[in-house]
Design a protein around this ligand. Structure first.
Ligand code: B12
Ligand code: SF4
Ligand code: SF4
Length: 321
């Protein structure tokens, strides 16, 4: 049986994906983002990783216009987008199977509880942002998020691996990010987590996942560590923490969806001028300390200094030496 990349792309779009890109599994195997802890399609399945299809769906413009980092509307809507992406991936897998090519969805999960609690550094089976760059969807920004020409960083991602050998899309080799001369993501970040082409994951995680694993574990530790039986019952049954955890477990809200301030203020993407500029141009989180940090980054760049974050991610930022 034969199947073309064009047919797969058309099917993914028909199912509801906004953007679709295809990378060769072998290229992802050869370029793991962190060689010390490699994430490679081959490690998931030798046979069914010939091609990796990356799907993107954009955030609702309405939620990107809300300015509070912890707005619940944002969290609910982002969770719905993630669910939609999961359905699209599942249906695409069945389509590929029907056409004779076994396939797998790549779950957008976290996989390393100890690292996550220590410094926010958990990993998925594959890094979808790096796979998206290899699949030609965009390039990474100063905050190491995927930026796309259409929606800037305002996309969520999903992936499908398959045994079908599909013609891959070309990787972009010019950066979309405006770099140190912009730095709007850094200025907006409530956790002050954005580094020089990098992310302090420990500072980001409590905002990115406000009702996630760390939130629930801290609460459970407090309950278990309380000796007074009555207080223990109160903590378990009458606190905001139990209530929010219950809601989040029920709907996933605030677990994989949280702060998007760096995302909402990024000027890259056709949608920025259309929907966001009028609201997001001013950044209330700006401080003199952040401005000074950004100036130092600009100066380091002007002086041609070696920037460790840039060196580690050049391939995906689109600035190959
Ligand atoms: C774990 C995780 C997190 C963690 C850690 C973030 C991270 N970048 O790893 C936390 C909780 C902090 C987080 C935050 C957010 N996340 Co998140 N997250 C993931 C998840 C599940 C896995 C990421 C992964 O595997 N990373 C792999 C590692 C290797 O990537 P990396 O650390 O960036 O690696 C580079 C550098 O660190 C560097 N490096 C590695 N080691 C070292 C060492 C040194 C010394 C140096 C200098 C550099 C360096 O080299 C690498 C090359 O680029 C993915 C889903 C997925 N399966 O991909 C979503 C995902 C990346 N997250 C996403 C989103 C949207 C967010 C948030 C906006 C939160 C939210 N509300 O949704 C924030 C954004 C923060 C940001 N600026 O990136 C989207 C990204 C969409 C996009 N447009 O880019 C994804 C793809 C989820 C999805 N289904 O769409 N996330
Ligand atoms: S998601 Fe929020 S806390 Fe994390 S880097 Fe972006 S702006 Fe900062
Ligand atoms: S806000 Fe500016 S610096 Fe940050 S990712 Fe977007 S273009 Fe790059």
């Amino acid at each position: 049986m034969s199947l073309s990349a064009g047919e797969v792309r058309a099917k993914a779009r028909e199912l509801g994906a906004d953007l679709v890109g295809i990378a060769a599994g072998a290229v992802l195997d050869a370029h793991p983002p962190d060689p010390a802890r490699p994430q490679a399609p081959r490690a998931i399945s030798e046979e069914d990783s010939k091609s990796v299809i990356v799907l993107a769906k954009h955030h609702l413009a309405g939620t990107s216009r809300l300015k509070a980092w912890d707005d619940r509307h944002k969290q609910y809507s982002a969770e719905l987008v993630l669910s939609e992406l999961e359905e699209i991936s599942l249906k695409l897998v069945y389509f590929l199977e029907d056409r004779g090519f076994p396939a797998l969805t790549i779950p957008p999960m976290h996989a390393d509880p100890a690292e996550y609690r220590a410094n926010g550094d958990t990993r998925g089976p594959l890094s979808l942002i790096h796979a998206a760059v290899e699949a030609g969807l965009g390039t990474l920004g100063l905050n190491l998020m995927l930026l796309t020409p259409q929606y800037g960083p305002r996309v969520l991602l999903a992936g499908v691996m398959t045994s079908a050998e599909l013609e891959p899309d070309p990787r972009m080799t010019t950066p979309l990010c405006l770099g140190e001369s912009c730095g709007r993501c850094l200025m907006a970040c409530p956790g002050d987590a954005i580094l020089h082409w990098g992310l302090d994951k420990g500072k980001c995680a409590p905002h990115a996942s406000p009702y996630g694993y760390e939130y629930l574990m801290k609460h459970l530790e407090q309950i278990i560590g309380t000796e007074d039986r009555q207080e223990q019952v109160r903590l378990l049954t009458r606190t905001k923490e139990s209530f929010m955890s219950w809601q989040s477990l029920l709907r996933g809200v605030g677990v994989y969806s949280g702060c998007t301030r760096c995302v909402d203020v990024c000027p890259v993407g056709e949608d920025y001028e259309r929907h966001l500029k009028v609201i997001q141009e001013e950044i209330p989180e700006s401080t003199e300390a952040k401005a000074a940090r950004l100036r130092a980054m600009q100066q380091a760049r002007e002086r041609g200094e070696r920037i460790e974050g840039l060196e580690r991610s050049r391939r995906w930022i689109g600035e190959e030496a």
